[in-house]
Design a protein around this ligand. Structure first.
Ligand SMILES: [Zn+2]
Length: 834
């Protein structure tokens, strides 16, 4: 019988109370084997010593800011004791925690509190917790330390009272209100939308400052990166509030999708993550604005997952093999996984989706399930054949749809010819056609949708065609005028679509499409077209941007639109978006120049309207974090950014004034971000002022680090180097690393990709220095190299040389070796361990 275990000292091991000797078991690298385990039931007692203070990998049991806490997903429990560390080994845990009373007055573990008290004759105390629900060890948690607490209660739909507690560093209790409110809304939502009720007597969240991920859904005892708990108007932006709400909801929703039903093995990771991301996205859409949430989610998907899918780190939603599971907590497993669940809901419809989910909960509660089990529930509940749909889990790469629309005035028909391809990805040169739900509309000249009636007289249900072949055609009848095609509405499928439509069609859709996502998409497509032409037609005549400016003007003038939506429409595609759409031989400096020039021209052309809107969206009401107020601020700040786009006095003065006068972090940070783009005295003054105001508040100083790391100018690299020696910076803290090093590598396209390769060298030397202590975070930083092959030859050569140097370094962690070798194409996601 083999048990996993590493990085601790074995004190004793006994079987049915008899101590075992060296001849009874074999110790090996990473585990212990009992040579002759009894055939029947037996009790195994193992005593180990761990050193939480020395644990800088932040996996297993570790110490952060004087708090002992655990992180066991994916394979951290084996750093605490010997155990069969795999998710399909589920057990009922009873945990007794004992500690010095002064050092750890609060003692927590999974489940319900059973008893506690003093340990006689010592200054120690103990607590016993019992979790009646069988769970895999990756969901185990314990916490001990000095913690402040905010408490509340929640009454479930069946009338049970659940105690809610959020634990934070003492003194930060007043920043927990929003998290607690979000938790209660999430609990109610899961009852109403999915019929899921909470199952223990108590639900606890502990916020810690050193944490590798966002948060962890341990049963009954979620442990959070404090970034996703703490929020106050003076210290958190609207985006931070939205992040708290989404992560609180996500981890809570795991109680059913992840904990009650867990994964049979780590290949099924998307079974819990893709599904739970889908659920938290739906929660946010219901709580805030469906259109704006969808746009924000698709921006993130394209920025992270589409790029991953197009590069050397591409892998299927369910990888077939892996070297290091920690490297598969990726945008593909999470975000693309959520898109796959969303497509399922489009294919079977809203009610059909709920039927499938109900069946999933009934059939698999208490079990470790697979993706096949999940999909079978939707097939069975709806009588649907989803066998081809399974390819979404197996094939990597973003499918591409080419659509040609042909109008026949005489026959009054409109024909769609649709062809699909899936590009080759590492280890998968040949692909099979996918099942793709294509949500579409034919928009008439008056802006209204025409009925979608097929040649056989059938109406297209819910406006969704199901594409399944490499090429197919659809003919719609009764079409008297040439319609405008609105394709992939709501971004129902995570694909790229190209269609024979011109700038006039896009302008029309931007003004009239009843699908708000595609109105936004039309503006983005207009801007992308202009930007790509400006980048690739070097020295050529830039195309007129009149169409884009007219489309934006129409959106600014449309009072029926919610401000948050207008703000999204004003946001041009990012430099990374443009680079991704160009796809090869990318010169990040040319992309930056084209984007900056277009922003400047838009700001100039719409100056009066943007100024008026900036004033109209400013109010003196006290800060409230709700979606409508946040939307007004988002629009105000989008206007500010364009008004300052020429770097001239008027816009900079406006930004400097907003920075100084802001009564909340959203407005202050937005003004500072705008100022940061221009090398003027106002910028240096604001950066210094910001530090003085917030010194001593690490989460806020992270914004200060990230802002400076993202400044698109050559002096930035040296500034980032100097900031690594700043007293507020720490290599041991993942949030600091992500703020300074991560922002530089992920957000600063021109400076990370400096033509001299110094940005690459800096990232490599930082990651190598970190690798021995925290390999998970080191590997994640290096994933910034995920699109190096798309760069122009000079940068490409330098990036490759840097990667080769890292790959050749002595004693690389498994995490880092895996990322670097895959980035170099020396191995694929599919030739690791099975
Ligand atoms: Zn999750």
């Amino acid at each position: 019988m083999r048990l996993d275990g590493e990085n601790f000292e074995l004190a004793s091991i006994a079987l049915d109370r008899t101590p075992l000797g060296k001849k009874d078991y074999k110790l090996s690298d990473g585990g212990l084997t009992l040579l002759k385990p009894p055939a029947g039931p037996f009790t195994l007692e193992i005593v180990t010593f761990v050193d939480p203070e020395a644990n800088k990998a932040l996996s297993g049991l570790y110490r952060t800011n004087n708090v002992y806490c655990t992180q066991c997903e994916a394979e951290g429990f084996r750093r605490i004791t010997y155990f069969p560390d795999r998710p399909d080994v589920m057990a009922v845990f009873t945990t007794r925690v004992e500690a010095d009373k002064d050092e750890a007055p609060v003692l927590l573990a999974n489940g319900n509190f059973v008893r506690g008290g003093d340990v006689a004759g010592t200054n120690r105390h103990f607590a016993v917790w019992h979790d009646p629900f069988p769970k895999p060890c990756y969901l185990f948690a314990l916490v001990g330390g000095k913690l402040g607490c905010v408490a509340d209660t929640f009454t479930t739909m069946s009338g049970r009272t659940v105690e809610l507690r959020i634990y934070v560093e003492p003194g930060k209790e007043d920043r927990c209100g929003y998290a607690l409110d979000a938790l209660k809304r999430a609990m109610r939502w899961d009852e109403e939308k999915f019929g899921r009720e909470y199952d223990l007597d108590i639900f606890m969240i502990v916020a810690v400052s050193d944490f590798n991920m966002g948060a962890m859904e341990n049963k009954g005892l979620n442990i959070f990166n404090d970034k996703y708990v703490l929020a106050s108007p003076a210290t958190a932006t609207d985006n931070d509030y939205a992040g708290v709400e989404a992560v609180i909801a996500h981890e809570y929703f795991h109680n059913w999708t992840g904990n009650r039903i867990t994964c049979r093995d780590w290949f099924q990771l998307s079974l819990k993550e893709g599904l739970t991301v889908f659920r938290d996205q739906e929660f946010t859409a219901d709580e805030r604005s469906r259109a704006v949430e969808r746009i924000a989610d698709v921006r993130t998907l394209r920025a992270n997952q589409f790029v991953e899918d197009a590069g050397p780190l591409a892998h299927p939603v369910r990888p077939a093999l892996y070297h290091e599971i920690n490297n598969f907590y990726t945008p593909t497993v999470y975000e693309k996984g959520a898109e796959v669940v969303r497509m399922l809901s489009v294919l079977v419809g809203r009610d059909g989706f709920r039927r499938g989910m109900d069946l999933y909960f009934t059939r698999h509660d208490g079990h470790a399930a697979t993706v096949e089990d999940f999909i079978a529930c939707f097939a069975d509940a709806n009588g649907a054949d989803l066998s081809q749909f399974m390819r979404w889990y197996a094939q990597a790469g973003t499918p591409e749809l080419t659509v040609t629309g042909t109008f026949d005035r005489k026959a009054k028909t409109f024909r769609l010819d649709v062809a699909q391809t899936v590009p080759a990805t590492p280890g998968q040169p040949v692909k099979e056609p996918m099942t793709i739900p294509l949500a579409l509309g034919l928009v008439g000249a008056d802006g209204r949708d025409l009925p979608l009636v097929r040649a056989n007289g059938a109406r297209v249900a819910r406006g969704v065609l199901t594409i399944s072949k490499p090429a197919e055609s659809f003919t719609f009848t009764g079409i008297a005028e040439r319609p405008t095609l609105s394709l992939n509405r709501g971004f129902a499928a995570p694909i790229k679509v190209s269609v024979n439509a011109g700038a006039d069609d896009l302008k029309f859709l931007a003004a009239h499409d009843c699908d708000p996502f595609n109105r936004w998409q039309a503006v983005q497509s207009l801007a992308t077209g202009l930007l790509i032409e400006a980048v690739t037609a070097r020295g050529g005549k830039p195309q007129a941007e009149a169409g884009l400016i007219d489309a934006l003007a129409a959106i600014l003038a449309d009072d029926a639109l919610e401000p948050a939506f207008v703000a999204q429409a004003l946001g041009l595609p990012s430099e990374a978006d443009i680079a991704r759409d160009i796809g090869r031989e990318v010169d990040p400096d040319a992309v930056f120049r084209a984007r900056r020039a277009l922003r400047e021209r838009i700001g100039g052309a719409l100056n009066d309207r943007l100024s008026a809107l900036h004033r109209r969206m400013s109010d003196n009401a006290p800060y409230r974090p709700d979606a409508a107020s946040a939307g007004r601020r988002a629009l105000k700040n989008a206007c500010l950014d364009l008004l300052a786009a020429d770097g001239g006095d008027a816009g900079i003065t406006l930004a400097a004034r907003q920075f100084a006068g802001a009564d909340n972090m959203t407005d202050r940070m937005a003004a500072l971000t705008t100022l940061s783009l221009y090398d003027r005295p106002e910028r240096a003054a604001a950066i210094d002022d910001f530090y003085r105001r917030f010194a001593g508040d690490p989460l806020v100083i992270d914004k200060w680090f990230a802002l400076q790391a993202a400044i698109p100018e050559p002096a930035t690299l040296e500034r980032v180097r100097q900031l690594t020696a700043h007293p507020a910076f720490s290599f041991a803290n993942p949030n600091r690393l992500r703020a300074l090093i991560g922002a530089f590598a992920q957000l600063n396209q021109t400076q990370f990709n400096r033509p001299d390769g110094a940005g690459y060298d800096f990232l490599a030397e930082t990651a190598l220095a970190l690798d021995g202590k925290n390999p998970q975070v080191a590997a994640r930083l290096l994933s910034a190299f995920k699109s190096w092959r798309a760069l122009e030859p000079g940068r490409r050569a330098r990036a490759e040389a840097t990667l080769r140097r890292v790959a050749a370094a002595q004693s690389l962690s498994r995490d880092t070796a895996d990322i670097v070798r895959r980035a170099l194409g020396e191995q694929t996601a599919d030739d690791g361990r099975s």
